[in-house]
Design a protein around this ligand. Structure first.
Ligand SMILES: [Zn+2]
Ligand SMILES: [Zn+2]
Length: 341
């Protein structure tokens, strides 16, 4: 049987369905797994996403011709039955299930197995072929439970506040910023959000996600800033916007912080290992749960994952895509040498 999904120069293409999944060039019909910039681009004729993802997509892409599909509901397109299933990555993130003549393919988009408070938890979907991301597809990547990371962040913030020092966390404005917010203890002090994150916070709240109260920097007195926690995108680091925080302590929140030297390369005081992607055990459990005999690996550690999956007896191969990693999108490239076990 011919492959249901192939890579074309525009992106991942469902051949019988004649539509694309997260295409990187403009196409007529696109299914979008989630609103991160490398997966969701402007210029497509028609968009389909999870219903809970429409708000963020509109916020980030402006006026687009988009339909939302509830998780688990189906639509038919050129004989392909399409449904979207929670990917647990960010608000509205979805895996795409495609069924054609009894064969089932699932494209994961980005996913995370550990549940969190900001999006619907990952749901394994049985299929014949699973297209999986591999951002953290190396055995060294093993995340602690998120509550332990939140406890670390709140403890660091509390100590800084007691010493009259502002705390600044650099985190990607969509997804990571809201995930951190969901774990903060607002009794410690005011929570300030950069203008890149605050509009997305509003979309999350409108979507029913409970986040602690946040303010813009202009709403906080100089005295209160000394015990505030500030969430800002990595691109704000070193910018004039930071000057108002005086002698602040800063941190970066990302899965890459597990790499030796990553914190120092970022030039921040603290690194919190918090990722919206599956770690190695998460990737392996997700792949197993699909029961798919065939796995196609995209963006991340393709050779490592393919070799490992073949050793497990699976039919594994890779797809070259133009997806990146949101934590690295506006700064240094991921560093994979000198990894620390
Ligand atoms: Zn993503
Ligand atoms: Zn991705």
């Amino acid at each position: 049987m011919a492959d249901m999904v192939v890579v074309r120069k525009e992106g991942l293409y469902c051949v019988p369905g004649q539509f694309y999944i997260d295409p990187w060039q403009p196409v007529e019909r696109a299914i979008i797994t989630h609103a991160h910039g490398d997966h969701a681009r402007v210029g497509h004729g028609h968009y389909l996403s999870a219903a809970s993802g429409v708000g963020v997509l509109r916020q980030r892409l402006g006026e687009i011709n988009i339909d939302g599909l509830e998780y688990g509901d189906t639509v038919q397109h050129n004989g392909v039955t399409i449904s979207l299933h929670p990917a647990g990555h960010v608000l509205g993130s979805a895996q795409v299930r495609m069924e054609h003549r009894g064969e089932v393919w699932v494209a994961s988009g980005d996913y995370k197995v550990e549940p969190d408070r900001t999006c619907t938890p990952f749901e394994p979907v049985r299929c014949d072929t699973f297209i999986t991301e591999s951002t953290f597809g190396m055995p060294i990547y093993r995340w602690q439970p998120e509550q332990e990371i939140f406890d670390d962040i709140n403890g660091w913030w509390r100590r800084n506040a007691e010493q009259g020092r502002c705390s600044v966390v650099f985190a990607y404005a969509f997804g990571k910023a809201q995930r951190i917010l969901s774990g903060l203890d607002p009794s410690i002090g005011p929570i300030v959000c950069h203008g890149a994150a605050e509009p997305i916070n509003r979309v999350y709240r409108a979507g029913g996600v409970a986040l602690p109260p946040t303010v813009m920097v202009g709403d906080v007195s100089k005295a209160d800033l000394k015990r505030a926690l500030v969430i800002a995108p990595p691109s704000a680091s070193g910018s004039p916007w930071m000057k108002r925080f005086g002698d602040y302590s800063d941190a970066f929140a990302s899965g890459w912080m597990q790499l030796r030297g990553a914190r120092r390369r970022r030039g921040v005081d603290r690194g919190f290992v918090l990722s919206d992607h599956a770690d190695w055990p998460g990737l392996m459990s997700a792949i197993r749960a699909t029961e798919a005999p065939r796995v196609i690996v995209t963006h991340g550690s393709i050779p490592v994952m393919v070799r490992w999956l073949r050793q497990l007896g699976l039919d594994a191969s890779g797809f070259d895509t133009e997806y990146g990693d949101e934590d690295e999108a506006d700064s240094v490239a991921p560093v994979t040498e000198g990894v620390d076990a």
